[in-house]
Write a protein that binds this ligand. Structure first.
Ligand code: ATP
Ligand code: MG
Ligand code: FE
Length: 344
């Protein structure tokens, strides 16, 4: 099968063609980062207009690079939530147009399911497993009993991990997005020079909280400034990253113990973090479970992961109607229920 994936939930316009659910024939990503950098974050209206400008071109390039024609496609998979509604609408409209014009099935995909399925593109790991989702808008521990079935074990009570990286970077005067910049700086700093708090919450809790840590970093910067001193940015980055990674990894270990699974996948932009990847592998080896992170290029938003997440539904013959609409706050557990049109 050949599935065309489309992703426009935030500031990346992306289209991809994947074969049989796992082989990436093309994965074109047009990033708007430079445009939004000026504003220190994504401006929704600007993002939507950019998607409109890019989408046709990006889809054509994905087909061309894969060496396939619209007529060769088996199905179209498109992100329909969660995300910026104006941005999502562009992808949904494009996906529906292709499905309608070529009379092929349409499969609406949950963006976070896509992030999780980035792992299945890279060789894959079979459920049951625990997914640590760490992106710009989400931080969650999810139990996946089988393909397309998700159960929440814990989630952030305030900021997402990527959001904390972006906000801390901003307070340090570093460019957007902050994650990659802080990650790089952290490797040049001493993680023990400045000790930042870790929010473990209640005993046994798999929830997260990053706003206290964010405030602690901002206060430390502010206090140093008032004393007429300047903290070493690399040490601030290293101390902050150590605190984030410590909590993410230990809560993942706890989730593995509580569920008894032996496989863990990491998903979302923060899965690209070097500190997180290293520490998780070390702990996994010690605890005796297997941990997997997507290749760096598949951690942040891309359409290949969306097509991959659609594949189990394609195989089952579960499709969406052409009245599919964008859903800004689509819940993951709602997505797996449909509404699907089941063709047998
Ligand atoms: P969501 O998927 O929740 O809708 P999003 O699509 O905006 O949000 P992603 O594309 O998954 O988020 O990831 C972007 C986030 O990942 C940003 O917050 C960015 O700072 C962070 N990020 C990217 N690379 C790294 C890194 N190496 N270390 C830490 N964070 C990173
Ligand atoms: Mg993005
Ligand atoms: Fe994302």
């Amino acid at each position: 099968s050949l599935i065309l994936g489309i992703e426009t939930s935030c500031d990346e316009t992306s289209a991809a063609v994947i074969r049989d659910g796992h082989e990436v024939l093309s994965n074109i990503i047009s990033s708007q980062v430079e445009i939004h950098q000026k504003f220190g974050g994504v401006v929704p209206e600007v993002a939507s207009r950019r998607h409109v400008k890019n989408i046709t071109f990006v889809m054509e390039e994905a087909l061309e690079k894969a060496g396939v024609e619209l007529d060769d496609l088996s199905a179209v998979a498109v992100t329909y939530g969660p995300g910026l509604v104006g941005a999502l609408l562009v992808g949904v409209a494009a996906g529906k147009a292709v499905a309608y014009a070529k009379s092929i099935p349409l499969i609406g995909v949950h963006h976070i399911a896509g992030h999780i399925y980035a792992n299945f593109l890279a060789g894959g790991m079979e459920p049951p497993l625990v997914a640590l989702v760490v992106s710009g808008g989400h931080t969650e521990l999810i139990y996946m009993a089988e393909h397309g079935k998700f159960q929440f074990l814990g989630r952030t009570r305030d900021d997402a991990a990527g959001e904390a990286y972006d906000k801390v970077a901003r307070s340090m005067g570093l460019p957007y997005p902050g994650g990659p910049v802080i990650d790089k700086l952290a490797h040049e700093g001493n993680p023990n020079a400045i000790l930042f708090p870790r929010a473990w919450l209640e005993e046994g809790s798999l929830d997260f909280s990053f706003s206290g840590l964010k405030s602690a970093v901002i206060n430390a910067l502010h206090n140093a400034e008032q004393r007429g001193e300047k903290l070493e940015p690399a040490d601030v980055a290293a101390g902050f990253q150590e605190s984030v990674v410590d909590v993410l990894v230990e809560k993942t270990v706890l989730a593995v113990r509580q569920t008894g699974v032996s496989n863990v996948v990491v998903a979302g932009g923060v899965a690209a973090n070097r500190g997180l990847r290293t520490k998780l592998q070390e702990r996994a080896a010690k605890e005796g479970f297997t941990a997997m992170c997507p290749p760096l290029s598949l951690c942040t938003d891309n359409a290949a992961m969306i097509a991959a997440a659609a594949y189990p539904f394609y195989e089952k013959g579960w499709f969406h109607n052409l009245d599919l609409n964008a859903h800004a706050s689509l819940p993951l557990t709602k997505w797996e229920e449909g509404p699907f049109v089941i063709l047998s």
